[in-house]
Design a protein. Structure first.
Length: 94
């Protein structure tokens, strides 16, 4: 499928991946809007902000997940490259 179809599936709550990622187990999903309260903060500076305001709102973001060389799941935000947008090797990940 192409990127527009993959984006449609992401918005529908599905996970997608690309064949070009060579079986790394990497996939994308949309992390929904979330709230961070002070008791959930492990970063000192973020905790100070959450304590001052009572909570922090996190916006919905496209996130990627993969397993690193130490067999630990890693998550980070994801932005597409031009090659990702123009690719037609997207598929639904399950």
């Amino acid at each position: 499928m192409d990127f527009s179809e993959a984006l449609y599936k992401l918005k529908a709550g599905e996970q997608v991946s690309m064949k070009a990622w060579n079986g790394t187990g990497k996939f994308l999903w949309i992390k929904p809007v979330f709230l961070i309260t002070p008791d959930k903060c492990f970063d000192h500076n973020l905790k100070k902000i959450a304590e001052y305001y009572g909570k922090i709102k996190g916006n919905a973001i496209i996130s990627s997940c993969w397993i690193n060389e130490d067999n630990v799941p890693c998550v980070e935000h994801w932005n597409p490259f031009n090659s990702d947008i123009l690719s037609d090797d997207w598929f639904t990940y399950s």
